[in-house]
Design a binder for this molecule. Structure first.
Ligand code: PMM
Length: 263
């Protein structure tokens, strides 16, 4: 899953693809490099970010979704049911909601009605307050319990259980050690019985690995650590990795395939 952030302020690539033309050209490059799915988002979820209005989010994502869905399957990264609906009408085929349906009570019913795959990520609140909520007894058990509660609520809204894809939400209300624990025990998240998406790409914990806050790597310098993480994740049962650097990811996945041996 290749990331196209149509935002002025994402932590990883903020502003780089903010015009529709630049975003579409970037998405086309990602497809040429091997992305099977392009994830288009118009709201930055970086800690502390302000939310755009619904109108602004629609203005950012719709032309990009429409153009890229001619080239490849597109997911729309949104917490708003109205944006998801408009993006599905424009050609998207998957909804990726970092709040797992918690931010907008209309999201579950919409996904149920449309019958599309829904990525429900573990989430504990909007960007302005999420890092204060990074408190767990046992991060893996707590994340699994909270994802399980989302599944129950979505099924109660009428979403088909097989359409629910789960994501542990690395970096969202998580400190570095929480992210590592979730990766270490990813099989426990898989045991919930759903397809999984994992998004480690360029996140802060990869900038800090083996380093100190003074020598932390900047987001654009985290792709090698991301690829190393992808090689690990690919050895577990995941449906998709959400990444900025598709080329490096394809190489990491090819290494994983080679290690698995001939089919
Ligand atoms: N991370 C970000 C945005 N959307 N969606 C899913 N399913 N999983 C993630 O981990 C995730 C996401 C934040 O990263 P970005 O600002 O670089 O897009």
């Amino acid at each position: 899953m290749g990331v196209v952030n149509v935002t002025p302020d994402s932590f990883s690539d903020g502003g780089a693809w903010f015009t529709p033309e630049a975003a579409v050209a970037h998405g086309r490059d990602l497809v040429e490099q091997g992305a099977d799915l392009v994830d288009v988002g118009g709201e930055s979820t970086r800690p502390g970010a302000e939310r755009p209005s619904t109108q602004e989010e629609l203005r950012r994502v719709l032309p990009v979704v429409a153009a890229l869905s001619e080239l490849a399957p597109v997911s729309v990264d949104t917490m708003r049911a109205s944006v998801a609906a408009a993006a599905l009408d424009a050609g998207a085929s998957v909804v990726n909601d970092v709040s797992g349906g918690l931010a907008d009570p209309e999201m579950g019913p919409l996904v149920a009605e449309r019958g599309v795959p829904f990525v429900a990520m573990h989430w504990r609140g909007h960007s302005t307050l999420m890092q204060s909520r990074a408190q767990y007894d046992d991060v893996v058990a707590d994340v699994c319990a909270e994802l399980g509660a989302r599944v129950e609520a979505l099924v109660a809204d009428g979403v088909a259980v097989d359409d629910i894809v789960l994501d542990p939400g690395l970096g969202f209300a998580k400190l570095a050690h929480h992210n590592w624990e979730l990766l270490r025990r990813l099989d426990e998240v898989s045991a919930l019985g759903h397809r999984l998406v994992v998004g480690s790409s360029r996140k802060k914990f990869l900038g800090l690995v083996g380093r100190t806050p003074e020598t932390e790597r900047a987001p654009l310098e985290r792709d090698v650590a991301t690829a190393a993480t992808t090689l690990y994740v690919a050895q577990h049962d995941v449906w998709a990795v959400r990444v900025h650097d598709v080329r490096g990811t394809v190489d990491a996945l090819d290494v994983a395939d080679a290690l698995r041996g001939p089919a």
